[in-house]
Design a protein around this ligand. Sequence first.
Ligand code: GLV
Length: 312
Amino acid sequence: MAILLNNHGYDNASWQAALAELLPEQDVFLFADMTPARRQQVEYALVWNHPPGDLAEYPNLKAIHLLGAGTEAVDADPATPDVPVLRLVDPQVLEDMARYALYWVLHFHRRFGVYAQQQSQAHWERHNLCASEEFKVLVLGLGMVGKTVARRLAANGYKVLGWDRHQAELAGVESYCGDDMPLAQADMVINCLPLTPETRHMIDAELLGQLPEGAVLVNISRGEVLVDSDVIDALSHGPLSRAVLDAFSTEPLPADSPLWRHPDIHITPHMSGATYARSAAKLVVDNIHRIEQGEQPFPLHKPGRFTNNNKV
Ligand code: GLV
């Protein structure tokens, strides 16, 4: 058996080292070094943003393990073979994303940006603020990311409203679903929605127009869930006071994007949840062992067709 590794150019070396330690018997082939003979040997594909069509070219593939949580790239590739597709959802990464959200909630609730500006002018002025339990944060999407974010904010004393397409109960969080999205109450909105045909461009002028004056938008999911030009309009002429963007329709964000230079936008380079190769590789390898032993791997995105060699 061999493994195909394509971490989309990010940190292949740490993944190779972690896999060599956890699966010392296995060959790990980088996508850049793939040959027709190696394609025959590959049983597990560990990939992120892999070129469309390529995964159909491994005749002995047993499973595809994504090296991230988002599934939109394999979902959009009609040539994705009918084998189990697994997501990588590392609890450490979820917690990092939740801390990223908490950082920005603290930043805006406690007005740290305002105080940084005041310091640059040697200006002493203390601003009134509401108690944290009155500061309302709306988390859009209550999947694994959204749940972790909502719990973390609630545990830090904030008033958390959670919205999902379907009803989701979460202790300490006021839950909404379907058409009932409490935008008018939200001091901040944290977008944690996955990118699907339903969520593409969901955060548009109409949705943003329902927010109260001064609201802040944070996007830690996918750029395509937002209409960028509507976000810019809502900052200039609508209720938004600031936007924090960590994910973009095109990454890296092109240098000529107007988002870079907007004074009310904070940009980070898709780092809200960094993947740690050591802990993530352990999750992937545990799943490979599960598949080899005929057990159910998780989290399973698509069960796929089971091959003779694959008892899942
Ligand atoms: C990163 O964006 C992921 O989906 O894991």
